[in-house]
Design a protein around this ligand. Structure first.
Ligand code: HAS
Length: 542
């Protein structure tokens, strides 16, 4: 690795884990409050901590990690280093995002932005909170543009060649991200900022929520796709095998680009102001976006089995014995994959309109996203960290680090089993999400929920130990003996079919995305604008 690229990658990764630590402290505390186990001093609020937890973990940890990981893989797969202009844009993005993050965090800690990580109306934060979010989003665009420029340059020099798959995936993910963030940018610039500065008195709430979820759902695939990049491209190499199919992997990314965005209404199924027909259209599209995940599951099983058989595995499940269970680069992401099976099933339940009426706004949903983003994605990112930090700093991943990493993974899985398990169960019993400790005046139903809340808090404590161990592991990785660690990128199996050139016709795919977005959103959004929605003065939270 070029030293200058290492610095850029490392800055992103370390910032990400700094956010994870602060977000983890906030998460632990709010869990204990919810379980009725502590009372907060100095008038610190439950919702304030919940906002800090959500923003720092879900928005900041992920975005920084993803950008750092993508820059490292683009550099590696496009010849070993970044173009100077891309590197500069990466630093510009880092600077903008970090300024925004620091200001936003200070405002949350001062209780001036207690609006939760979804920050849509009618909860109103200090206007500077929204300005700081603009910096974070624009910063991420700079990094995205940096990746596009590097890609374009490579294409020009390597005319007619297929782009290395890691970079192809990074480009597809960043395209999706930029198209998705346009929605939240419009919400923040044209609704939240004028309203919070007091330039306009009311806000169209349903429009604000719609623009948020136009962005909010692809946001979850922005977290997932880099984990898929690891599962498709890194894991086959780590297990000593090859990718099952390059074409299938690229097709699944194209499908994510097409179907991630026009599905936001599945977060608003219980909401008035959106005609059922549009909810129906978006539920159908939601079921389309499940397909590339099923393709991914198929491809992973095929990779494992193909490799297992090539080294002598027998029987239906013999390949399981051939997997490198003591290698943390495999073990942590694998536990993420395993947990993604129930996690994804939960998502399919959420997306089914009638079942959504049972689970919406209950702790079931919180359980769902602690399995998806906080386990499948987070464990995969942890698994990547174990080799990425030594690879970019020229150090060795020692056997001791493998053991500590596996221990960290197990702690995470156990903590999440308690926490997310109780969330799912108590959610089905009707316990609402985003509510401080309350027994609803000792209502018998609410009293019945309490043991689950205590189990959630215990899970939270175990997870907090997991966060601390992860931070300790990172410090150890930074101080590991000098040497070489491989950046594992797999080759494709000889048996795989040729990759069709149309996969890189971005103009075609972006046009299809635009059409799908217009079909899913144009009419209902026009309706929301012309009817004015329910103009709300909102609730100032500070
Ligand atoms: Fe979701 C709510 C539907 C996936 C995150 N989701 C949320 C929220 C978050 C979130 C954060 O339709 C809450 C937002 C809020 O604060 O209100 N979700 C889905 C669907 C999927 C899905 C259909 N979600 C995710 C992912 C997330 C995420 C991924 C983060 C990374 N979700 C919903 C809906 C709601 C929702 C509704 C709104 C609920 C409400 O009412 O508020 C699908 O993409 C899932 C597809 C996944 C699969 C699994 C494939 C399995 C694989 C693993 C293979 C394993 C192997 C190893 C090979 C079909 C790829 C096996 C080895 C062995 C030895 C067995």
């Amino acid at each position: 690795f070029d030293r200058r690229d290492s610095a850029l990658v490392l800055a992103h990764i370390l910032f990400a884990f700094g956010a994870l630590l602060i977000g983890g402290i906030a998460g632990l505390l709010q869990g204990l409050v919810r379980g009725g186990m502590v009372k907060l001093p100095y008038e610190i609020g439950y919702y304030q901590l919940l906002t800090a937890h959500g923003v720092l973990m879900a928005l900041i940890f992920t975005t920084y990690f993803i950008i750092g990981f993508m820059y490292s893989g683009v550099a590696k797969s496009l010849g070993g280093y970044l173009l100077p202009i891309s590197r500069k844009l990466g630093w510009l993005g880092f600077g903008l995002m970090s300024t925004g993050t620091v200001v936003a965090t200070i405002l949350i800690l001062l209780n001036k932005a207690t609006v939760l990580y979804t920050f849509y109306a009618p909860l109103k934060a200090s206007p500077w909170f929204y300005v700081s979010l603009v910096l974070v989003v624009v910063g991420s665009w700079m990094s995205g543009i940096g990746i596009f420029i590097n890609y374009r340059y490579w294409k020009k020099v390597h005319q007619g060649q297929t782009t290395p798959i890691f970079t192809f995936m990074a480009v597809a993910t960043m395209m999706m991200w930029i198209i998705a963030t346009l929605g939240v940018a419009i919400e923040v610039l044209f609704q939240l900022i004028p309203w919070s500065f007091g330039w306009v008195e009311t806000i169209n709430v349903v429009l604000s929520r719609t623009l948020f979820w136009y962005f909010g759902h692809p946001l979850v695939y922005f977290w997932l796709l880099p984990a898929y990049m690891c599962w498709y491209v890194v894991i086959p190499k780590v297990i000593g095998g090859k990718m099952f199919s390059d074409a299938l992997a690229r097709l699944s990314f194209i499908m994510f680009l097409l179907f991630s965005i026009p599905v936001g209404f599945h977060h608003q199924l219980m909401e008035p102001g959106i005609p059922n027909v549009w909810k129906y259209v978006q539920v159908v599209l939601t079921f389309m976006v499940i397909i590339p995940s099923l393709m991914t599951a198929f491809s992973l099983f095929a990779t494992f089995e193909q490799h297992g058989r090539s080294v002598g595995a027998k029987g239906l499940f013999g390949w399981l014995k051939k997997l490198p269970w003591r290698d943390v680069r495999f073990f942590a992401p694998f536990m993420g994959m395993l947990i993604f099976i129930p996690a994804g099933a939960g998502g399919i339940i959420n997306a089914s309109h009638e079942l959504n009426a049972v689970v919406h706004n209950t702790l079931w949903v919180t359980g769902h996203f602690h399995l998806t983003v906080a386990t499948s994605v987070a464990l995969t990112f942890f698994g990547v960290t174990y080799w990425l930090i030594p690879a970019v700093t020229g150090r060795v991943l020692t056997p001791k680090m493998h053991r500590l990493g596996i221990l960290q993974t197990l702690i995470w899985v156990v903590g999440m089993f308690f926490m997310s398990g109780s969330m799912h169960t108590v959610g089905l019993l009707g316990s609402p999400r985003r509510t401080a400790f309350t027994t609803y005046q000792d209502h018998p139903d609410a009293v019945l929920w309490m043991p689950y809340h205590v189990a959630m808090a215990i899970g939270g404590m175990i997870l907090f130990i997991g966060v601390i161990l992860m931070i300790v592991n990172i410090v150890m990785l930074l101080n590991a003996p000098k040497g070489f660690t491989e950046f594992p990128l797999a080759e494709v199996s000889e048996k795989a079919e040729q990759t069709p050139a149309i996969f890189e016709r971005w103009g075609v795919w972006v046009s299809v995305v635009v059409i799908l977005i217009l079909v899913a959103y144009a009419m209902p959004v026009m309706d929301m604008i012309t009817s004015g929605g329910v103009g709300s003065k909102g609730f100032v939270t500070w």
